[in-house]
Design a protein around this ligand. Structure first.
Ligand SMILES: NC(=O)c1ccc[n+]([C@@H]2O[C@H](COP(=O)([O-])OP(=O)(O)OC[C@H]3O[C@@H](n4cnc5c(N)ncnc54)[C@H](O)[C@@H]3O)[C@@H](O)[C@H]2O)c1
Length: 415
């Protein structure tokens, strides 16, 4: 450890890196010292952001190995696209094994891998190098989720019985970069991209405070996926235009709507249900995260678009399109909700605080690569279920090597 403060290097200089850097304003005992990205300009922009916000005198690096060679960088945050996971992690391991430098830990954005093979490989590589590992699932750190869990379990569950049903949804109008839309690059469509959040958040809410992940056993998964909006010719054309013609949703769509129902049992054999819905074809004010939890004598509701701040702009107010009110904003006039601190509300601040404190204390974070593997196993089972149109008992045969048809460019609900 170079100092009392954790030196952080980011891999990837895009959308989520900027969110993380912003959130570090609320995290003590760390500073951003490096950003490495495939496009140098994005590394430079993110490094400049960390200077401007006063969260670190970051340098833009040309390679991961160079970042690791800086003795003041103690941990890396992997925030590059999904299709680069293994090459990124292999470079980290090779730099450490060849003595180029040392690290305490590494964190990785969701999803840990595009399939179970990749997710397990990420875990193996971290363990082989004895790195502490953090899985960046922000929603289990969101204040409304952690505070809601504390109250529901402390009052409702303690006196009347555990919660048995959790519903989680994440919906917006579609990702910001072309690679997310490509099944092969991203690993799937919205099921892989966003159901990872809902599945993990719902499991977290149904797990007793302090209990391990193993206290819930998945029994079965039933899922459905379709392409409701973006395969329509006029919307498919928008995706083609945004990607210089590469994204072809008429021939190779990915699902823009998916749902799943996962049955668990707890340690006493009681059945529990998680119901998730995710969509890239939701048109509303912007990103909508919802979570509901139900038990014998109580319930809990979160909807990030039911914000405490709303603004109204008449039709006379004009201006450029932006995301200044809420992530994935769809309009600039009328009555609109504003999430006043998105980094806090979505959980990034508390997530990074936990990762930094765990690494400084030499402890494995509570949300780690093993959780990333478990989420991937459930998502791949959901793809199996949607493809076979039936409920799948967990764990299914062939899970380790399974690659969804959408990730092979072979899925088309119109055929
Ligand atoms: N937690 C969340 O809610 C959330 C939200 C958005 C994205 N993400 C995840 O974060 C990751 C990045 O998403 P994003 O939205 O920032 O994408 P993005 O396309 O906006 O940014 C990706 C960045 O990585 C860089 N890059 C590409 N290939 C690279 C490589 N081989 N090595 C290093 N850098 C490389 C690009 O130049 C770009 O700067 C994805 O895995 C995504 O699933 C998570």
């Amino acid at each position: 450890m170079s100092s009392e403060r954790l030196g952080i290097g980011f891999i990837g200089g895009g959308f989520i890196t900027r969110f993380h850097i912003q959130s570090l304003i609320g995290v003590r005992d760390c500073h951003v010292l490096g950003v490495m990205s495939k496009t140098k300009s994005s590394a430079e922009e993110s490094a400049a952001l960390s200077h401007d916000l006063g969260v670190g005198n970051a340098t833009a690096y040309n390679s991961i190995t160079e970042m690791i060679a800086n003795p003041d960088i103690d941990a890396l945050w992997i925030c590059a696209p999904n299709f680069t996971r293994i090459e990124v992690m292999e470079e980290i391991v090779s730099a450490i094994e060849s003595g180029k430098g040392e690290l305490i830990g590494v964190t990785c954005e969701k999803p840990l891998g595009r399939n179970v093979t990749e997710a397990r490989r990420m875990l193996e590589l971290a363990q082989k190098t004895e790195l502490l590992d953090g899985y960046l699932e922000n929603q289990v750190f969101a204040p409304s989720i952690t505070r809601g869990k504390e109250i529901i379990w402390g009052r409702g569950a303690a006196t009347t019985g555990r919660p048995y049903l959790a519903r989680a949804a994440e919906e917006h109008s579609g990702p910001h970069m072309p690679w997310f839309w490509e099944g092969e690059l991203q690993g799937g469509g919205v099921l892989n991209d966003m159901m990872c959040h809902s599945v993990e958040e719902a499991r977290f809410m149904l797990t007793a405070p302090g209990a391990s992940r193993d206290s819930l056993t998945p029994l079965s998964v039933n899922a459905y996926a379709s392409c409701l909006k973006w395969q329509q010719p006029k919307y498919a054309k928008i995706l083609a235009d945004n990607s210089d013609g590469k994204t072809d949703y008429l021939k190779r769509p990915a699902e823009d709507f998916a749902r799943s129902l996962i049955e668990y049992k707890d340690e006493k054999g009681q059945k529990l249900v998680v119901e998730t819905t995710t969509s890239w074809c939701f048109v509303g004010a912007g990103l909508r995260l919802s979570m509901e939890l139900f038990g014998p004598e109580y319930s809990m509701f979160v909807n990030t678009l039911d914000s405490d701040l709303k603004v109204f702009f008449s039709r006379k107010v004009t201006g450029a399109e932006g995301e200044d009110l809420v992530e994935k904003q769809n309009a600039e006039s009328g009555e609109m909700p504003v999430v006043s601190s998105e980094t806090d509300a979505y959980g990034y601040t508390a997530e990074n605080r936990h990762m930094v404190q765990s690494f400084l204390a030499g402890k494995r974070p509570e949300e780690n690569f093993s959780d990333g593997v478990a989420v991937t196993e459930l998502l791949m089972t959901a793809y199996m279920s949607a493809e076979q149109d039936k409920t799948i008992q967990f764990p299914p045969q062939g899970l380790d090597d399974f690659v969804p048809a959408v990730a092979k460019g072979e899925w088309n609900p119109n055929q």
